[in-house]
Design a protein around this ligand. Structure first.
Ligand SMILES: NC(=O)c1ccc[n+]([C@@H]2O[C@H](COP(=O)([O-])OP(=O)(O)OC[C@H]3O[C@@H](n4cnc5c(N)ncnc54)[C@H](OP(=O)(O)O)[C@@H]3O)[C@@H](O)[C@H]2O)c1
Length: 404
């Protein structure tokens, strides 16, 4: 169902851009029209829509005609992403070595970390020229002779970087095969945000009781929504801090327990919501003084974990919070927390997430899908506030998503 819906979103974009199939006569055209009428915030397929969508079974997957030149995104200097990123032609990735797989990249999201990468402000600062892209989903086109776990036609996510390209060739143990009927657009966003949300809830406070409260900011971000979804499954209550009250409706719709706009009175607003019940975990993706406001809501001896810095500022920690109240301030980055786990544990995490994405239990809203040639527009859009969903790029076009 969700996969079908992803296709409808794709077709909506295609028709919106004027590059898609003729509207009106085809079933797909009718599906797109349905979503156009319903508005971009509709994220639930209907049987009526499913009936219109042409689904090509995975077994029928036929490799596309190979080309000598393919496209990728490249930066040749660090700066504003839409200024420095170009879509360029490059050679095909070539046949995989014995332990490698090659795949066509079907979709990739633009994440805040990718924006920081283009600016040269991310923890990884590669040599130039460089291709950004922390995650993607792809369709395997060829595998080396020693590869056993993955085969052509499989849908995979890539654990390596440099994903903003039409093709990738990587070690086979760096891809994770997904169930064949996984929603392709959702699959493109599996690698980073879902495990981040999961581990933020598991690795700092290990003995939550039922209906304990947690608090987070940037709550309407993709990670924030996932945190709220996972917290609900764990019988935790969430206070969701945002910078604009127009985000409340979608957060409540997604199951948030309480929403509040950030500001100097945050602690008293939150105490009124929880009736002064203790909050042991605060999760911060804004940094700057916002981290201190989250800390002001957390009980003595509690933990504040900063995992993002959307304000672009350093965390400011009031000394009394540290000294008098014993608040622990911690930082999180997914790679470091995955490194603490065995390969089997990591595989288990991704398997759980893939299963949840497949059954529709984890949903990250998509705002718009761009062509790889339009990477500059996509990057500019990804940096606009109030998006309400992720910006994705489909390097092989929207029709390629229909066959996934
Ligand atoms: N440490 C890790 O391993 C890790 C992993 C994944 C993500 N992250 C971080 O998590 C954060 C969220 O990522 P995402 O992909 O979920 O983001 P996203 O879906 O692109 O959403 C960005 C969010 O940030 C909010 N925002 C932007 N500027 C802000 C500001 N100055 N003050 C307050 N809120 C602001 C936006 O609010 P509006 O809707 O109002 O514009 C939106 O809710 C990012 O900082 C990212 O780098 C870290």
């Amino acid at each position: 169902m969700r996969q079908c819906f992803a296709r409808c979103v794709s077709m909506l974009q295609e028709t919106t851009n004027g590059t898609g199939p003729d509207r009106g006569s085809s079933g797909i055209g009718q599906s797109a029209a349905f979503f156009a009428r319903s508005g971009p915030d509709v994220y639930a397929p209907t049987l009526q829509v499913v009936a219109y969508v042409f689904v090509k079974p995975a077994e029928d997957f036929a490799p596309t005609v190979r080309r000598l030149e393919v496209k990728k995104v490249q930066i040749t200097q660090f700066g504003e992403p839409e200024d420095v990123a170009e879509c360029v032609e490059c050679s095909e990735v070539g046949a995989p070595a014995a332990d490698e797989v090659a795949f066509d990249v079907l979709a990739f999201p633009i994440n805040p970390a990718d924006i920081a990468f283009c600016r040269g402000g991310y923890r990884l600062k590669p040599g130039i020229p460089a291709t950004p892209g922390a995650e993607s989903v792809g369709r395997v086109t060829a595998v080396g002779e020693a590869v056993t776990g993955v085969k052509p036609g499989n849908l995979v996510i890539n654990l390596d970087r440099e994903n903003w390209a039409q093709q990738r060739r990587v070690k086979a143990d760096r891809v994770v095969a997904l169930p064949r009927d996984t929603d392709v657009l959702q699959a493109a966003m599996i690698r980073i945000n879902p495990p981040t949300a999961m581990l933020l809830l598991s690795d700092f406070v290990t003995d939550f009781g039922p209906k304990d409260w947690i608090i987070q900011n940037a709550s309407n971000s993709a990670v924030g929504k996932l945190i709220a979804q996972f917290a609900r499954e764990r019988n935790l209550h969430t206070i969701n801090v945002v910078r604009r009250d127009s985000a409340f409706e979608e957060l409540f719709h997604d199951g948030a327990d309480a929403c509040v706009v950030d500001g100097p009175d945050l602690a008293s607003s939150v105490a009124a919501i929880t009736k002064s019940a203790p909050i042991r975990l605060g999760i911060d993706a804004v940094a700057g003084s916002a981290a201190a406001r989250i800390a002001s809501c957390v009980a003595d001896g509690g933990t504040v974990c900063t995992y993002g810095a959307m304000s672009g500022e350093n965390v400011t920690i009031p000394a009394p919070e540290l000294i008098f109240r014993g608040i622990e301030f911690k930082g999180f980055i997914l790679g470091r927390f995955l490194e603490r786990r065995s390969r089997a544990e990591i595989a288990q995490i991704y398997s759980q997430i893939a299963e949840r994405v497949r059954d529709g239990g984890i949903v990250t809203p998509v705002n718009r899908i761009y062509a790889i040639d339009d990477i500059k527009d996509a990057l500019a859009h990804a940096q606009r506030g109030g998006r309400g969903g992720k910006i994705l790029v489909a390097p092989h076009g929207l029709k390629a998503l229909s066959y996934a």
